[in-house]
Design a protein around this ligand. Structure first.
Ligand code: NAP
Length: 470
């Protein structure tokens, strides 16, 4: 597939194959953009600003609804391509498509709600006699840099609010999974004037970096790892930056929890998308009174997970994004075992597949739980008290989401108040998101929020206009 620059398909001299991680087949290839094409995309996005900003909110909203309809019409084709390039089960690909359609709808609605407010200047010293109000204005050009795990919906979480508040966009999709994003950008391009949406493909360290360093881009909206996020924040200079980064989310299960519900939470949270979810359940902190019962039920439910061909409707666990990624997970688990942990079920790798794996006797200092393990692994940590559970939950550089299972409202509120995370759920695992909620982490999990209304706030600037009526 070609890049999309100023409404045109553009190729380049070099290209990179996109591989299906399930069978190793080459699905397609994309250009490795040279920097002159990145410059062309930046030029096109800047040139298109005026025509987009001239468009009424009514028209922008209608056009976003039209894109939404087009995505609905092509849902099956998109879902199959998503499964092929990421290796996620087809059922999960359909969920991502439904979420993408919902995200677009939310943005089409939000396009009509870009409000300012009146400001009573007379509440300040010397402010009497003014009529003042604010406007929320587009920033200009937004560069969207996105990861492989939910390539479509996470990219739409940037494109849709950016256009809703009349910014033009340049996308740098993940090199491992760029195809659904390019295909989607083509749908947007059919509705909007040339240059409103552009896609440049190629390596993050070159193409992504060129966007981050450019002084002709007004905002970087990035989703990806902490390491890349830190590089971006150093390179971006004065431009606005939103960073949606990794997580190492704790799930706390207290003695008075509904064990069945908590186990279901782990099954849904630790193995979804083969564990490649920023807000996945990555550390399971269980109080000693129910530890054995919880462990036995978790192993039993894990044994029922069906791993296999991602295109098969009955498959629950597909591949990881690549064999390299699966080897990395295998090594993290094996290192924990060397340090005293015990695999209760799973632990075997076959190419890019890694089994759903429960690991017992994990201690807080093991790399498996210090770092973000991006695979279908459920590491169990045993604690005596609620205090200890909260302390371990917070003993991490990350702070994306957290969950606590308990029937005691005091413990629920204590955990909710004291666990440092952008979202804490009670009796629900992390790995839960609706596309309208404010989403974003504390600590090294990032800065800024997404969720359409909140993304719009981050993609607009506020101007105050004051009329001196005296
Ligand atoms: P990644 O390696 O950081 O890559 C993300 C994107 O950044 C890719 O498009 C990548 O391009 C690009 N990139 C790499 N180096 C860059 C640089 N120096 N400058 C600019 N762009 C650069 O992350 P990933 O492995 O794809 O995704 C997994 C990570 O994302 C996990 O940590 C996960 O938790 C996190 N994540 C967070 C959220 C959230 O909302 N908080 C959601 C999903 C995932 P290439 O593909 O060419 O390398």
């Amino acid at each position: 597939m070609d890049m999309l620059i100023n409404g045109e398909h553009v190729s380049d001299m070099d290209s990179e194959d996109v591989i299906n991680p399930f069978n190793g087949e080459v699905i397609d290839s994309v250009p490795i953009s040279h920097l002159n094409n990145v410059d062309k995309a930046i030029g096109a996005a800047n040139n298109a600003k005026e025509v987009l900003q001239e468009m009424s909110a009514f028209k922008v909203s209608n056009k976003l609804y039209n894109v939404c309809e087009k995505l609905k019409e092509n849902k099956e084709e998109f879902a199959e391509l998503l499964t092929k390039e990421v290796g996620k089960p087809i059922n999960e690909a359909y969920v991502e498509l439904d979420r993408s359609i919902e995200t677009l709808k939310l943005a089409a609605e939000e396009a009509k709600r870009i409000y300012g407010e009146s400001v009573p200047l007379d509440a300040g010293l010397n402010g009497k006699g003014f009529f003042a109000f604010t406007q929320r204005l587009p920033l200009g050009v937004v560069a969207a840099i996105t990861p492989f795990n939910y390539p479509l919906n996470l990219t739409i979480h940037k494109i849709a609010p950016a256009i809703a508040c009349k910014n033009t966009v340049i996308i740098k999709p993940p090199t491992d999974a760029p195809l659904t994003v390019i295909k989607f950008a083509e749908l947007v391009n059919e509705e909007f004037p040339a240059g409103v949406i552009n896609v440049v493909t190629g390596y993050g360290s070159e193409v992504g970096d060129a966007l981050v360093a450019s002084d002709k881009i007004d905002k970087i909206s990035f989703t990806g790892s902490v390491m890349t996020g830190m590089m971006i924040s150093q390179r971006a200079g004065m431009k606005k930056v939103t960073l949606e980064l990794g997580g190492n989310d704790p799930l706390v299960v207290l003695d008075d929890a509904d064990v069945g519900a908590a186990v279901k939470g782990v099954i849904n949270g630790a193995y979804l998308n083969a564990g490649q979810v920023c807000m996945g359940v990555k550390r399971i902190i269980v109080q000693e009174g129910i530890y054995e019962e919880f462990k036995a039920k978790l192993v039993e439910e894990t044994s029922k997970i069906k791993m296999g061909n991602p295109m098969d409707r009955s498959t629950q666990l597909g591949t990881l994004i690549s064999e390299k990624a699966a080897i990395h997970v295998e090594e993290s688990v094996n290192n924990a075992v060397k340090d005293g942990a015990e695999i209760l079920i799973g632990g075997k790798r076959d190419g890019a597949f890694y089994e759903a794996t429960v690991v017992d006797k994990v201690t807080p200092d093991m790399d498996l739980v210090v770092n973000e393990t991006f695979g279908p692994v459920a590491p169990l940590l045993k604690v005596k008290t609620v205090d200890e559970a909260i302390q371990i939950a917070n003993a991490t550089e990350y702070g994306l989401q957290a969950g606590v299972f308990t029937e005691n409202y005091r413990n629920a509120l204590r955990c909710a108040n004291e666990i440092e995370a952008g979202t804490v759920f009670v009796n629900k695992q992390p790995t839960f998101r609706t596309d309208n909620m404010p989403f974003g982490g504390f600590k090294n999990s990032g800065c800024g929020k997404e969720g359409i209304k909140y993304a719009v706030e981050e993609m607009t600037k506020t101007k105050l206009i004051g009329l001196n009526l005296r």
